[in-house]
Design a binder for this molecule. Structure first.
Ligand SMILES: [Zn+2]
Length: 233
């Protein structure tokens, strides 16, 4: 897997952190991924861009990364390093905390790849199943959780994991304050940051979708329109 760095403004230590993150992924799981692209801003959407991408650029959504299944140039993963670092306050930036968060994002996207590869294997036996199914997202989370569990066996990552959960709470509280001030976009971004750091937390996910629905003024996409966000217990 080739690393293609297209970041315009980021520190050189960032590349080192990304390489450390890659080393935590089993090399066999990376097979079939041609390249890992690092960007620090989203390119303008083009006519041929995917629908989700056009929407993300238009709404200035917060996006950490995505997986693109094999096409003519092979499968690829893009990490939006700019947005990943927005989750990480400066004091933690060059510490294992950042490596943990980058690895979590990368492992999630590799999880999509593995899921899809399995789909393609089934395809060989007659079932063409290269599209994402409903469980693919869950499998990507499970895969990332396994990689994180492996990292946490090392003491410095275990310590960093405490800082990471602290960080998640910090984003959570700020998001709630933004919500109360009616700043729904900032609240959605805050809960998203909080949720990507703590992906098993359903409450953060719920609050994120609620704030997002509120700022899109598209309350129909939200199951409980008008509800207040859930407070931490
Ligand atoms: Zn995913």
């Amino acid at each position: 897997m080739k690393v293609v760095n297209e970041c315009k403004r980021l520190h050189s230590a960032m590349l080192w952190q990304v390489k450390r993150s890659i080393s935590w992924i089993f090399p066999g799981d990376l097979e079939g991924i041609s390249f890992l692209k690092l960007i620090d801003e989203l390119e303008p959407a083009r006519e041929v861009s995917d629908h989700w991408y056009k929407k993300a650029v238009k709404n200035e959504d917060f996006i950490l990364g995505w997986y693109k299944a094999a096409d003519r140039s092979g499968a690829s993963i893009t990490l939006h390093i700019g947005d990943i670092y927005k989750c990480i306050p400066r004091v933690y930036r060059w510490t294992p905390v950042a490596t943990l968060i980058i690895t979590q994002t990368l492992a999630h996207e590799v999880g999509h790849h593995i899921s899809r590869k399995k789909g393609q294997a089934i395809g060989l036996t007659g079932r063409q199943d290269k599209k994402a199914d409903r469980e693919e997202e869950t499998r990507a989370y499970v895969y990332a959780a396994k990689v994180m569990a492996r990292m946490r066996r090392r003491l410095h990552y275990r310590l960093a994991a405490w800082a990471v959960s602290d960080l998640s709470q910090w984003h959570d509280v700020r998001a709630l304050l933004n919500w109360r001030e009616g700043k729904y976009k900032e609240a959605a971004d805050g809960w998203y940051k909080s949720w990507v750091i703590d992906p098993d937390n359903e409450r953060l996910r719920y609050n994120y979708w609620l704030a997002k629905a509120k700022c899109d003024r598209d309350l129909t996409s939200c199951k409980h329109p008008g509800d207040a966000p859930l407070d931490p217990q």
